[in-house]
Design a binder for this molecule. Structure first.
Ligand code: SAH
Ligand code: SF4
Ligand code: F3S
Length: 479
């Protein structure tokens, strides 16, 4: 399954050889780009469009870093770019459909601007049927690569700049984690940090293990030195990223648990807030809860996807915990960290979900007291066990349940909201508000607060009195 990148004499490249090779290609691509720019008489622009999760957003920062190192000017407006790269997601069918729609638009654009280059990467590209469809129906696409060979982007970029013909390179898997390629962060004050890649859990509905490959943890030293560097660059908040951070370290030669990693990260001066995403309930340890409780820098927000409140559905989802296990975790987290804000992911309409199973989900939402939840309609993904399960739920039933679930989540959120009114709490200011003279930021609990302020406040952590709660956000006053 695993295929390592081989060089000309057929030898598999090590991680550091691969790093050196890609850095060389950044130089070569830069020279190729400047020749093209001279011919055009202007600088060329690139735009990376991200679909999907935080992991993809972080990958896009790496892609942007490489494009910037090669000499492309970054633009947010894809219609203004000479090279458009779609970093895709395939977790649900509507993610795929959205991308196809946008590709259709680009087809029209390329008719007007034949020099336009279009690239596609990310999770969708790891599915054979998707690549087949793109090759057949979307000739507008010049470059295709996948999640496993993202770090070979410099080499692939060089090839499309010089060869001017379609480049398609997809790997089935990889063992290598290539470090130290350029990154361009979206925000100056916060950053994602990958701690692991892939997923081994094979929840029966989920495509991620198939498109992201097996679980691999980065070495603690690489992670911690990246965080130190981020801190030196002025970053105050980091988010440790993995599909199941609670199983961090299991693939390492020198084992380290996620709780230990968190504790070490919290020792780094300058880093004021640490978040993490995502936690799988089956691997959540008491050690982790204890570390959070005694480390104020770790944010008081726990995103703990439950997916369903029915033990029977959870079993068929291959989640490896029961409703009761989940509720015990919630109790343990709340008693150790009383100020925690708890959020979750929920799926409705999993194959065979009965009204009774669904009512279990509704009652769990009420019992757990979530601050908010992402709610999803089950979407069959080709190749996953759930897609071929009998008893797929009719659309009208699913929609009706989905609306009831939304109402339950809203009610739970409303019960939680307002509990900090009157308190003075730290807000990390993230952006200017649309309202003149206001800025918006977040509590450690990840709850949004609007307060008077200016652009200069962005990236500062300010004590703010929470004056009024407006549903899911607060208005605050600086103290
Ligand atoms: N690794 C994370 C989830 C990543 S995917 C975890 O296990 O918590 C984010 C969310 O998308 C999942 O939690 C799930 O709620 C939802 N999801 C995944 N596959 C789905 C599918 N086939 N249909 C509907 N929702 C899905
Ligand atoms: Fe998907 Fe489950 Fe892995 Fe999360 S833990 S990415 S839901 S297989
Ligand atoms: Fe989507 Fe891939 Fe993330 S499928 S949710 S972008 S891991």
């Amino acid at each position: 399954m695993t295929e390592l990148k081989r060089n000309a004499d057929g030898r598999a490249l090590t991680e550091s050889e691969q790093e050196a090779r890609q850095k060389e290609y950044i130089e070569k691509a830069a020279r190729a780009l400047s020749v093209i720019e001279q011919a055009h008489g202007r600088a060329l622009k690139s735009s990376v469009v991200t679909f999907g999760c935080q992991m993809n957003a972080r990958d896009s920062e790496k892609l942007r870093g490489i494009l910037a190192a090669v000499g492309f000017e970054d633009t947010e407006d894809e219609l203004d770019a000479d090279f458009i790269l779609y970093n895709t997601c395939t977790v649900r069918e509507n993610a795929d459909q959205h991308v196809y729609g946008r590709l259709g638009r680009l087809t029209g654009l390329k008719k007007k601007r034949p020099d336009l280059l279009v690239g596609m990467c990310g999770c969708m590209m790891q599915e054979e049927h998707v690549v087949r469809k793109i090759r057949r129906s979307y000739p507008v696409v010049d470059l295709i690569f996948g999640t496993h060979n993202l770090f070979t982007f410099p080499e692939l970029l060089y090839r499309i700049l010089t060869e001017r013909k379609k480049v398609i390179e997809l790997w089935e898997g990889t063992d290598v984690i290539v470090e130290n390629l350029p990154v361009r962060r979206k925000n100056s004050f916060k950053s994602g940090v990958n701690i692991m890649f892939g997923c081994n859990n094979f929840c029966s509905y989920c495509i991620v293990p198939y498109v992201r490959g097996r679980e691999r943890s980065r070495k603690p030293d690489d992670i911690l030195s990246e965080i130190r560097q981020l801190s030196a660059d002025g970053v105050k908040e980091i988010m440790l990223l993995g599909q199941n951070v609670n199983s961090y370290g299991k693939t390492l030669e020198n084992k380290m648990s996620f709780a230990e990693l968190l504790e070490k990260a919290a020792e780094i001066p300058g880093i004021e807030r640490i978040r993490f995403m995502t936690s799988h309930p089956k691997d959540l340890s008491q050690d982790l809860i204890d570390v959070i409780a005694r480390t104020p820098k770790i944010c008081r927000h726990f995103h703990l996807p439950v997916q369903s409140g029915s033990t029977e559905i959870l079993r068929r989802m291959n989640r490896h915990y029961t409703r009761e296990d989940y509720m015990r975790l919630v109790d343990r987290i709340r008693s150790a960290v009383p100020d925690i804000s708890l959020t979750t992911d929920l799926i409705v309409g999993f194959p065979g979900e009965t009204e009774e199973n669904f009512l279990d989900t509704l009652s769990l939402v009420e019992e757990a007291g979530f601050d908010s939840a992402f709610t999803f309609i089950y979407s069959p993904r080709t190749g996953t066990p759930a897609a071929v399960m009998e008893n797929q739920i009719p659309e009208d039933v699913v929609h009706e349940r989905f609306n009831r679930l939304l109402a339950a989540v809203k009610e739970s959120g409303e019960k939680q909201s307002g509990r900090f009114t009157g308190r003075t709490m730290d807000v990390l200011v993230e952006e200017q508000n649309r309202e003149e003279g206001y800025v918006s930021g977040r509590l450690s609990q990840n709850i949004v607060v609007h307060l008077p302020g200016t652009k200069e406040d962005i990236g500062s952590i300010l004590p703010v009195r929470l004056v009024e709660c407006k549903g899911f956000y607060y208005f605050g006053e600086r103290v």
